[in-house]
Design a binder for this molecule. Sequence first.
Ligand code: ADP
Ligand code: MG
Ligand code: MG
Length: 258
Amino acid sequence: MATLEVKNLHVEIEDEEKKTKKEILKGVDLKMKTGEIHAIMGPNGTGKSTLSQTIMGQKKYHVTKGDILLNGESILDMPVDERARKGLFLAMQYPAEIQGVTNAEFLRAAINARRPENDKISVMDFLKELDKNLELLDMSQSMTERYLNEGFSGGEKKRNEILQLLMIKPSFALLDEIDSGLDIDALKVVSKGVNSMRGANFGALIITHYQRLLNYIQPDVVHVMMGGRIVKNGPAELALKLENEGYAGLRDELGLDV
Ligand code: ADP
Ligand code: MG
Ligand code: MG
């Protein structure tokens, strides 16, 4: 079992225009282990993406206080690629294009980067696994021969991220608004992919504005983030309550002014 723990996390970013620093996360606490799916919901601009980017180690987010522990070990000093090797995976809201690298090459390199020198995946095993997952995600073979994300439609990028997830098999996946801009069929496919990962060796943190995604990927725990803090935790039903009453309802209930 692997654990991921965020403790009293405070994060600042540089405001490039005003040349000032701004505190975005103001003491986030979160604890998860493999076998669990957690969801974070919250209004726009509340720091959800900041949290996932900070967990993954993006440089522009400065941790001023608190810690992030993977299996009890602080990862704050580790660069992104080391965190990935340790089992973290971030699906971004706006995935980058990488020119000159085919999707399949990228996937194989990513898998091998996480394996020791004497245990690289064979081409045969790689292709077998790739075929299986392409079928699951209803993706065509040709997608893997194209350059990574180049000219991919929004829906293709999302599917491709889930393909990466299925191939790389991280311990923890941070899925930031994987539902944004998806039609219902694509949403079902993406959800099927995530659900196929469910099991004792996998945990996910699903970030979303909308409850809709959580009809397809049932979370074990729902966290609500407002004003840079987790203000409420609850079971899956909390998402439904939010959908009905809105964030304003919760703001009133908790007496928040954020
Ligand atoms: P969410 O994902 O919940 O919508 P974000 O983490 O993206 O929230 O953003 C949190 C806050 O940080 C917002 O107020 C946003 O305007 C601000 N922010 C995010 N990135 C930057 C940046 N590069 N420069 C200045 N402010 C930023
Ligand atoms: Mg946002
Ligand atoms: Mg966001």
